[in-house]
Design a protein. Structure first.
Length: 215
């Protein structure tokens, strides 16, 4: 059976390596491995997101949705040291790496959790901080897992974007060839009004400023 980065327990043989995330305000060395998203380099969409978004709120709870091995969550944690950052993913191997990367880079204001598509804690999720996943979140940043398919993606986004605080803002990065424009139309149709704030190398950065509670 083919293995994907969005599998909960990827079976690909381990081949550890490291990548560097270098931005104007930070330099993080990150451990990666096979069986996770973009193990050989920081994904270009992730880099464009991190170079485009405004600074995260200085306090409150911040979320990296689909955190992988942690480049977005650890950037949030670096830029907002007084905030509480949460990274969530389905991939156990990626999460183990994210925990290691936080410790290696001396970032202690971030926690990582394994979740299911509908936002529920995975059975293996630590019981510590039981309310960490419920929000509300002052900011959500994400390079969402487009390749899981539209139905799963829409479930994922509906679940987490409705956990924004009333003043919270989400930023998503999606390539136009992977459906960025149709996703923006879907967001607007489902009462998650969005605005394109940047477009570079085919990637769109979308800002969502209102996510009313599901009802």
């Amino acid at each position: 059976m083919a293995q994907h980065y969005f599998d909960s327990d990827p079976g690909a043989a381990s081949r550890p390596t490291t990548v560097n995330l270098v931005l104007d305000d930070l330099h993080l060395r990150l451990a990666t491995d096979r069986g996770i998203f973009s193990p050989d380099r920081v994904d270009p969409g992730t880099r464009i997101l991190l170079e485009t978004v405004p600074p995260p709120p200085t306090h409150g709870h911040l979320l990296d949705l689909g955190c992988g091995y942690g480049p977005i969550a650890l950037t949030m944690a670096t830029r907002s040291p007084a905030a509480a950052v949460v990274g969530v993913d389905v991939n156990r191997r990626a999460l183990d790496l994210a925990v290691f990367n936080a410790q290696y880079n001396h970032l202690y204001n971030v926690d990582f959790f394994q979740v299911t598509d509908d936002g529920a804690p995975h059975p293996h999720t630590s019981p510590a901080h039981p309310t960490a996943l419920s929000g509300p979140f002052a900011a959500i940043w994400s390079n969402p897992p487009i390749r899981i398919g539209k139905d799963r993606l829409h479930t994922l986004l509906r679940t987490w974007l409705t956990r924004l605080s009333p003043e919270g803002t989400a930023h998503l990065v999606v390539h136009r060839h992977l459906g960025a424009d149709s996703l923006q139309r879907w967001l607007d149709t489902h009462h998650l009004p969005s605005q394109r704030i940047a477009s570079r190398s085919g990637y769109r950065v979308l800002r969502i400023t209102s996510a009313p509670a599901a009802g």
